[in-house]
Design a protein around this ligand. Sequence first.
Ligand code: GLY
Ligand code: MN
Ligand code: MN
Length: 433
Amino acid sequence: MTSDLDILQERHLDALERDYAQILAHHSLDGVLIHSGHPRAHFGDDQEASFAAYGHFVHWTGQAQLAHSWLLVRPGRTPLLYLHAPEDFWHLPAALPDEAWVARFEVERGRFETPPVLPAGRFAVVGDVDAATAQALGAQANPPGLVAALDELRVRKSEYEVACIGEANRCALLGHTAARRCFLEGGAELDIQLAYLGASRQREGELPYANIIGVNAHGGVLHYQHYDRQAPGLRHSLLVDAGHRHRGYCADITRSWAGPDADPAFQPLVDGVTAIKDRLGAALAPGVNFVALQVRMHRELAELLMDQGIVRGSAESAVESGLTRAFCPHGLGHLLGVQVHDVAGRIDAAGRPLPPPETHPALRLTRSLEAGMVVTIEPGFYVIPMLLAPHRGRADVDWGLVERLAGHGGIRIEDNLVVTADGARNLTPSDAG
Ligand code: GLY
Ligand code: MN
Ligand code: MN
């Protein structure tokens, strides 16, 4: 039966075929061979790291786990997938899903640890291949102009891609709801991670990024990478930044929760950061510059800190002196797609670099918004001692209150939104509570 998603996928592929034909003609190429990539073995070992396929391979197939496979795209010809599925009694050979794209591709099954032989013509090969491999194929490896043009195609999402990101969000939210419940029932970070994976029905190796599950002060470590096996005696807070993939497309959602032992000052800050997220989300529209939104986030954060009595001076001085950057050192958001930090966030549509301002070096998106872009909006507030140290002498900060909050780590609230013709639509469902 043809599903709505299959109909949207057909349109997505129609557009991809058109756009690739135009780009390949512009680069005087007869085709491009896209390598999915392959997992790396640990040094001196026969065990492999987890794997995600190259974004341009996923853009066509949605297959983020398919290794050693190749897709040949030639304008006017049926896309040809060289599917690495050797006969093997150690592993189950790769199988293709019941999705619309499979019927419109030619599929050759075999063993493709080495690339397939290319027909005569001018070809490029893109992905995790070295120059010698490409040379042996008589092709150029990752020509920068071509790769930049293909990256740019991923910036504005098709209706199909938006639907996939929406479904990834729905599944991720099931995980977030279970994670919160597990925390309130006394679970340790590892229990919370397992509850998340169980409710969102995914293996750790399939996640779009390593979930961040920070209880108490760990919530203030921006990319906290461990899962404690013991719950702490006092539970002040939980920060969960955790995602999901649907047909290769990512969700990237963060929620922060007060625990049973939270300081009374904490929940109003969670509410305040949530309100900033909502106001900035409502400001998204074509033409809005994301750097300007980043600056606005800092102004709004300064006002929140004043309202909550953390800062007593003026909002302007909290921003200009760098205090708000010490409380929130990361960017407001980024492009989202088949990679959690999707490509081309810091170049313009013509491929010219758009570096972030010196004061906001972590900002991953510096472009003006366009309809079809999917972005995250993720304001935060953290107590990070090493960043606050240079500000300790300031008299306009209530350091006693900062100390009371330190054991809560931090707050981040992150949703995923698509920019529409006249605004934006939030793809992240409301919390079930
Ligand atoms: N989870 C990574 C990020 O929010 O950018
Ligand atoms: Mn994010
Ligand atoms: Mn995130």
